[in-house]
Design a binder for this molecule. Structure first.
Ligand code: HEM
Length: 180
């Protein structure tokens, strides 16, 4: 029952995105998809890495995998938006854009790392590849830089978001240095 509730909760941004597409008068649907899928993917990626931080107070470790996979799902929606709607399925142009714009190739590398973790998240493969799952921190750093570089102007709300990301990142580093 708890799992079902969590799955519905994790799918809410997706339902909202589809609902908005059909029922709202969107001026720029491509930007709309980028924003909802991008922010949700990034927030869920931070949530995944933060679960171990609060383990001693609330143990949510058994939900970490589903939260991580949901982040991958939204990243995939983000990529599909890029290839199908933004690049209009012109794969050569998509490749050129990727290599031309540093913020796009940083996002792409982040996505490849998330793909690797999603593929190796099955019980059997996870045992074999668990030590490589630390690349989540590289993915997190790259996608955060990607997000900041994608902004045309940094508003107060965005600064708030960036500061929050910095605090969680700092707490993670503190947590790991206290373990060693
Ligand atoms: C798969 C490779 C990726 C591509 C091709 C890509 C492409 C883009 C593009 C073109 C934008 C700018 C949208 C605009 O303002 O017009 C953007 C923004 C963004 N991306 Fe990505 N991205 C990728 C991966 C990721 C990943 C893995 C994440 C998070 C985990 C992410 C999070 C974001 C966020 C939060 C924004 C800002 C959205 C906004 O301000 O409206 N991206 N991305």
């Amino acid at each position: 029952m708890k799992n079902l509730f969590l799955i519905v909760l994790l799918f809410l941004p997706f339902f909202y995105m589809v609902y908005g597409f059909y029922y709202q008068d969107l001026i720029d649907p491509i930007k709309y998809f980028y924003t909802i899928s991008g922010y949700t993917a990034l927030i869920l990626l931070f949530a995944t890495t933060s679960i171990s931080l609060i383990k001693s107070k609330i143990n949510l470790m058994k939900y970490r995998k589903i939260v991580g996979l949901s982040s991958f799902f939204y990243s995939l929606v983000h990529l599909i938006n890029f290839i199908i709607l933004d690049m209009e399925l012109d794969l050569m142009f998509a490749l050129e854009e990727t290599f031309d714009k540093p913020f796009i190739y940083l996002g792409m590398i982040g996505f490849i790392l998330l793909l690797f973790m999603a593929i190796t998240s099955t019980k059997r493969l996870f045992k074999k590849f668990v030590k490589y799952h630390k690349v989540i921190y590289i993915a997190l750093a790259l996608t955060t830089i990607h997000f900041v570089m994608a902004q045309k102007a940094l508003t107060i709300a965005l600064w708030g978001f960036i500061i929050l990301i910095g605090i969680i990142g700092g707490l993670k580093i503190k947590y790991y240095t206290s373990l060693n």
